[in-house]
Every structure is written in C-alpha cells, then in structure tokens.
Design a protein around this ligand. Sequence first.
Ligand code: 13P
Length: 252
Amino acid sequence: MRRNIVAGNWKMNKSFAEADDLINSIAETLKEYDTTDVDVIVCPPYPYLELVSDVSEDADFFVGAQNVAKFDNGAYTGEISSSMLKGMGVDYCIVGHSERRKYFNETNKDVSEKIDKLLKEDITPIMCVGESLEEREGGNHFEVIRNQVQEGLFHLSADDMQRCIIAYEPVWAIGTGKTATKEQAQEIHAFIRKLIEEKYSDDVAQEVSILYGGSCNPQNARELFSMEDVDGGLIGGASLKAKDFIQIACSF
Ligand code: 13P
C-alpha cells in the first residue's frame, strides 16, 4: 500500500553553515512529533549530502538528491552518477523537476534514462510532472501530464513502476504562493493514477505514492493531503524552515 511521504527540496539554497543548522534543527524537531505514518525525506544540494546523510543516521528522515546523471561513471565533467549517490547514503532522488526541464533543457527521454540509472542502484526516483500556466489556460494540462508520465515511466516493468514516486507540481504554483486548490490537485492525481492503472493494473496504481508540490505550507497542507489521491507533498520554500517542514509532515 502506498506510503504518505513529505519530501523537502532545498533547491540551490543555504550556505554550508546554514545547512548544518537546518538539518540539525530538522532532526531535533522531528523528535517532538509523531511521524510514524509518514516518510520524511530531505533533498539538499549535492555538496551537503554527506552532512545530511550523517545526521540522518540518528534521526527519523531519509536522504534524497535533487538530480542525477543519465550516464554511468566516466568523462562527464560536473555530473554525479547514481552509484556515487548510493555511496553517499542517498535513498531517493528527484528527477525531471520543472526547473531542470526549463533551465537545463531536460526532456522526458532524459528523465526516463535517469530513472533507469536510479533504479539500478536501488534509489527511489521522485519524478516530477506538471503543466505551465499557458498549458493549463489552453486546456492542455491533461495532455502534457499524460506525455510526461508515459514517456518518463511507461517503459518500466510493473515491478519497477511500483518502486517510483510521482510528484505533481503545476509550474504556475511553484514559488508563487499560488497553490492549486485541493480539487485541482485531486483531479490531476486521480488522472495520473488512472493512467498507471490502465497501463499496468489497479494493484500497481495503488502502490505508487503521488505527491503534490507548489506553494505547499503548514496552512494548506492538511487540506491538500486529505484528498484521496494526494499522498503527501514535495516542499520547496517551506522546507527551509524546520518547524514549517515538520508541521507539513504532520498534516495527515
Ligand atoms: P515551493 O514549495 O517553493 O513552491 O516549491 C515547490 C517545488 O518546486 C518543490 O520541488
């Protein structure tokens, strides 16, 4: 059965000293709350993975990365492979975030290749999908999301599909303070789950956690997470404050 998950995406934020403070504060704050019903994941920038991984050893959260190379090891200057991530204690990795699609021209094909590399190392991919404002206003959002899900994931076997997490992050809601309504989120999450059911089976669809991302905060998380097909959140800005982040994680 699918798990409740709250993942913090720190993006390209925090100095090393600030990251040290934040992760220790998250570890401390977690002790005050009951998070048995939710898996908490922290995704810092690459240079802080070792720090976050070390703190995670005595704390109740998992470590995630924000990106991975689509190549194995070799002459790919500046890239980080899935086997390197595994060696750092990484259990989850975000792929296909809209910021990577936009600024680094990542395609659905790139995303699918990265997912393969992650699964080979037994790292759980958190694949992001989501439409732009223009696509939603043009009524193309279902089509865009169908393509992202099909081209990113549907080459996988049923077993591998069940090992993935999907995050629905409408681009117009990211960092804008404009959250999708709970109905908008539920509509897309149910659509994604239906796609998985049609391609694989209801059993497989029920195993895949689908997270919502985009201006999620302690005030709106409970309402969003109460929807049937919303299994948690991928949190940007609010994951940079320990208390806000953990409050969101306790919103089920
Ligand atoms: P915000 O929560 O800052 O809108 O960011 C969401 C996001 O992009 C998480 O990956």
